[in-house]
Design a protein around this ligand. Sequence first.
Ligand code: HXC
Length: 257
Amino acid sequence: PEFETILLERTGRVAVLTLNRPKALNALNSQVLLDVSAALDLLENDESVGAVVLTGSERAFAAGADIKEMQSKSYMDMFLVDHFGGWDRVAAFRKPIIAAVAGYALGGGCELAMMCDLLIAADNAKFGQPEIKLGIIPGMGGSQRLTKAVGKAKAMDLILTGRNMDAEEAERAGLVSRIVPAADLLTVALETAQTIASMSLPSVMIAKESVNRAFETTLGEGLRFERRVFHSLFATEDQKEGMAAFVEKRAADFHNR
Ligand code: HXC
């Protein structure tokens, strides 16, 4: 399908979703949300998709929520439509989604990247929550996800001053999984997504759910959850195949069942 603000491409079992509003540095307006949500609905229901890469341009992953669209809104305008609530769709996506970030990932752009499972940054990436300079605060999860990712000290520093951090600082702080040269960003993100997509999809989905559970619950509950879903994987054909392949010294041939 054709979308107004994003491009959707497929290579093998990997789908690449590219934010595509270059003139606005991929600012996230309501149309982007509609397009991303519709694309994720398609990809979630498509069994031939094993992983997704979400990216922008070399200049900007996304420079934030669209300020021009928000500028004149009232409290009731924001409240009644639950402005930004729809972006929860990304965090609720059940398959792995890799953010491949080059250039600016600011405000809602940083928050969107943090909703993804793995964040691969180009060496020119810049992360920040500059909302405070606009007289607002992060509204797509930044005060929560950034704090969980980098801790209180750095989260307060970034959110209260609105300063950006570069890729090196973001990696040191634990926000970023890997840094790669900008020219290699998509190649590395695609390779990573292909590796994940070659695993058994049910085990990958359950692994994602289990790691995310660590942010939602106590250690005891999390460990009980992990053990229960771990046991459940012994109901899959892929567990039998994966272990047989190891014993027989051959590559596993998973069927995502
Ligand atoms: C709307 C934006 C935009 C944004 C950039 N543009 N960011 N439009 N919303 N968030 C537009 C500019 O208006 C300009 O359009 C074009 O993109 C190019 O941007 P420039 O500013 O000319 O580029 P440059 O000088 O290179 O500066 C890049 C930049 C700067 C440092 C990223 O654009 C910037 O500071 N942007 C805003 C960053 C920000 O505050 N983000 C947080 C938004 S609030 P024209 O038509 O003028 O050429 C947010 C809240 C989320 O995200 C949480 C919910 C509340």
